[in-house]
Design a binder for this molecule. Sequence first.
Ligand SMILES: Nc1ncnc2c1ncn2[C@@H]1O[C@H](COP(=O)(O)OP(=O)(O)OP(=O)(O)O)[C@@H](O)[C@H]1O
Ligand SMILES: [Mg+2]
Length: 233
Amino acid sequence: MIKFEQVSKIYQTGNIKTKALDHVDVEISAGDFVVILGPSGSGKSTMLNLMGGLDLPTEGNVTVDAMPISTFDEKKLVQFRRKHIGFVFQEYNLLPTLTSYENIDMAYHLSDDPLDIDTALKQVGLTKHKDKYPYELSGGEQQRVSIARALVKQPKVLFCDEPTGSLDEDIAKQILKVLQNLNQTMKTTIIVITHNTAIAQIADRVIHLNSGKIVKDIRVKTKVDSMEISFSP
Ligand SMILES: Nc1ncnc2c1ncn2[C@@H]1O[C@H](COP(=O)(O)OP(=O)(O)OP(=O)(O)O)[C@@H](O)[C@H]1O
Ligand SMILES: [Mg+2]
């Protein structure tokens, strides 16, 4: 589904070069729920951005669903992201002047094969909030709108960068539950970046990054339901 071959990313700011990813090889299977862990600056967001075609590697090949996206130009990358990829970030990035329904509707029109909007709203448990504006919703509800906006495109992969970062524990668990349900019912491949090691318990696979390299890659044998994990050690 996703393949990195000797992928490196070097950022240059003035004279300073930062090696954010260092010759990474990794393969992720369709339908997997993957958690990426690692300290700040270890390359997690860089890895996600390269997998989702938000950025290009300095070296190496990135393939997503048999598409060699590291050879794509910006125009082809835009098409790729629009049609195939869903992103959920820590900030919900909803348009403040649109209702929940209308925010999701924007993404609906990007896909060739979208899910209907009411089904997307139902998946995230927000049917009764569909006509509310973002400022009328809690943080967790806004994050669920942003998940619905991503999943309405029926993306091959859903990338989440710290999706529960600014939410309290109970709300965070509801968000994880939504992701877990999507993975199980719609077989969406899900990749979640987090600082929170507790979240690793709900994954099929946990990849640890440090200084731009994969330092641990673990298959989880006994997955836990998101409602059962405990955030405090
Ligand atoms: N656009 C950029 N320009 C220059 N350097 C960058 C850029 N983006 C990231 N970096 C650097 O690359 C390294 C990896 O950054 P990245 O954002 O991937 O880390 P991260 O693991 O997501 O960290 P965090 O947990 O803090 O979000 C860091 O040293 C960072 O400063
Ligand atoms: Mg990051």
